[in-house]
Design a protein around this ligand. Structure first.
Ligand SMILES: Nc1ncnc2c1ncn2[C@@H]1O[C@H](COP(=O)(O)OP(=O)(O)OP(=O)(O)O)[C@@H](O)[C@H]1O
Length: 576
């Protein structure tokens, strides 16, 4: 409730005004028959009806307008609350640490932003208003009952206490069932995301039916949990009416006996029973409000869970006194990395210095920890032990956003985002000028692609760049990184995405970049390696050897084997 109120508080005035207007609209509607009566009386007796007619018309329009505006204000509060919950959630989700997201399911996180926040709509408005208005009326009616006959009130209160008792028993069940239903909806979203993210793989493996079944299993669970919440809600509703009916009978019995022995007037009993009759509505309203709040609190729990996930602080830290204009040096000192505390060491005591300029190639068997080094330089993760310095400053001391500003990173799977080609290119440098853009397009040999696309740079490239080839995606990723004018360029080379012509062109681009910048390439091609100023050979997370191609060919067995077997293209000719 407290958490819910923190979302509602900024919009409390609008909600209050809305509730008061709806209430005034209700009063106006109630007054209409009375005014109609005076109008008809005036008509029958031949008196002037103009005043009554104007009042009736005014009431009619006023009540309708008050209700409409009131309902709009309540709906606006609901939308505002949902928006502010989404705002907070999205801002937090995109700042989560990678280690937090590694273990989460993107579809489930998505459901929290979409489905769970929607559940706040009713809880933050209608349910709260129901609870407040209902409770207010219940208190008023009970006060009137106390005035009429405290003894009968005691009977009513006794019976009403059982509503509170059953509420204590039922409400947690409603909350639990709603939470499970929302979790199941998260699971539906997660399995859909899994299926749509690997659409071709599913088709190629004939897995449509299995995946459909997996999604439907979660959907079925959501249905069962939803039904379970609905069952508990109807039990709460029906037990409320039953309790009020029972109290009606008890009051009738006790009151009747007291009237018979002369200790209560019949008029007082009738008035009491009328109040009891009126009590049904507000009590049901309170129960409805509290039950609705359970659904909201279940959703709120899933929303606020994100608050407990570790986030990155992108601004804290101190910039180094001076930053070079071109490349920036990097040093690793006895760096260890475990992705999980109890997991194996993916890097085990790596120490290396990479100067401000030059091309460093990192090679090694699959799983040796090559990509992990790049991830640590981007500070996607902190090393388990040891120190990484960029520009002479520990990466943990850098303001994260400024550190990443220095780096251009081309991931191995070269992701392209839904949007136009231009959006994708300027993604890392939104203020890049047209000239820079054209220059980078020429460097990365993207000109033929731009010319072939119907709207050139402004052509949408599909979800995850689905309408592009692997090589095109990779060149776009490289162009995107170059446009950032990085001082440290990290390239995770894809194994076989580029044809020979494009490959040699890009090799030239990278070599040119390395003349002014620190370039680190996780290399899978011999051509990349042979041109490197230094090569690091990683094996099982250890830096096994370092040197130039000819030094390593002469001095390192693993490198020699890698060069002849794993590193692609012209291997034989380069080795001999
Ligand atoms: N986010 C992660 N969580 C847990 N383990 C991870 C994670 N990323 C990588 N690993 C593990 O760390 C090890 C090193 O991975 P890394 O991606 O650095 O290898 P690599 O040398 O780049 O391999 P490849 O050449 O196949 O790309 C692998 O065993 C991998 O399974």
């Amino acid at each position: 409730m407290r958490q819910l109120l923190t979302y509602v508080r900024p919009y409390a005035r609008g909600l209050l005004a809305g509730a008061l207007l709806v209430f005034a609209g209700g009063l106006g509607a109630l007054a209409q028959p009375m005014v109609a009566r005076y109008f008809l009386e005036a008509l029958a007796t031949g008196r002037s009806v103009t005043g009554w007619l104007v009042l009736l018309g005014g009431l009619l329009l006023g009540a309708a307008a008050a209700s409409a505006v009131g309902m709009y204000l309540i709906a606006r509060t609901a939308e505002n609350v949902v928006f502010s919950a989404r705002h907070r959630l999205v801002a937090r989700l995109l700042r989560l640490r990678l280690s937090a997201v590694d273990g989460a399911k993107p579809g489930d996180l998505l459901a929290r932003v979409t489905a769970d926040t929607t559940q706040l709509r009713a809880a933050a408005t209608i349910n709260l208003v129901d609870l407040a208005v209902g409770a207010f009326q219940v208190i008023g009616i009970i006060a009137m009952m106390a005035y009429l006959d405290p003894l009968l009130l005691a009977v009513v209160v006794l019976v009403l206490t059982s509503i509170i008792g059953s509420g204590y028993a039922l409400m947690p069940r409603i909350r639990r069932a709603s939470l499970q239903a929302q979790e199941a909806i998260g699971a539906v979203a997660a399995s859909m995301e899994r299926a749509l993210g690997a659409f071709r793989t599913i088709k190629a493996n004939g897995a449509e039916e299995r995946e459909t079944a997996a999604v439907l299993e979660s959907a079925g669970l959501a249905r069962r949990r939803g039904l379970s919440a609905a069952r508990w809600m109807s039990i709460a509703g029906i037990s409320t009416s039953l309790v009020v009916q029972v109290s009606f009978l008890v009051v009738l019995g006790v009151g009747g006996a007291r009237v018979a022995n002369g200790s209560l007037e019949i008029a007082a009993l009738i008035a009491f029973l009328l109040y009891l009759f009126y009590l049904t509505g507000p009590v049901s309203q309170v129960v409805r409000g509290v039950a609705g709040l359970q659904v909201g609190s279940a959703a709120l729990r899933r929303i606020t869970e994100v608050d407990t996930m570790p986030r990155e602080n992108t601004d804290a830290g101190t910039l180094p006194a001076s930053l070079p204009d071109t490349g920036i040096a990097v040093s690793l000192r006895n760096v260890w990395m475990r992705y999980r505390d109890d997991g194996p060491a993916q890097l085990a005591g790596v120490s290396v210095d990479l100067p401000e300029r030059g091309l460093t190639a990192v090679v090694g068997p699959s799983g040796a920890g090559k990509t992990t080094i790049l991830a640590l330089l981007e500070r996607f993760y902190d090393p388990t032990a040891g120190q990484i310095r960029v520009g002479g400053v520990d990466v943990r001391d850098w303001p994260l956003a400024r550190l990443r500003d220095l780096i251009g990173y081309v991931e191995q799977d070269a992701p392209v985002l839904a949007g136009t080609l231009r959006d994708n290119l300027v993604f890392g440098a939104p203020s890049a000028g047209e000239r820079d853009l054209r220059e980078v397009i020429a460097l990365t040999r993207l000109e033929p692609l731009v010319a072939a696309l119907p709207d050139g740079l402004d052509t949408p490239v599909g979800h995850r760049g689905g309408s592009l080839s692997g090589g095109e995606r990779q060149r776009i990723a490289i162009a995107r990184a170059l446009l950032r004018r990085p001082r440290l360029l990290l390239l995770d080379e894809a194994t076989s995405q580029l044809d020979a012509v494009n490959e040699s062109a890009l090799r030239e681009v990278i070599t040119a970049a390395a003349r002014t910048t620190n370039v680190v390439v996780v290399a899978h091609r011999l051509s990349t390696v042979t041109g490197a100023d230094r090569i690091l050979v990683l094996e099982n997370g250890r830096l096994r050897a370092a040197g130039t191609h000819s030094e390593l060919i002469a001095g390192d067995d693993l490198y020699r084997t890698l060069a002849t077997t794993q590193l692609l293209a012209e291997a034989d000719s380069m080795v001999h």
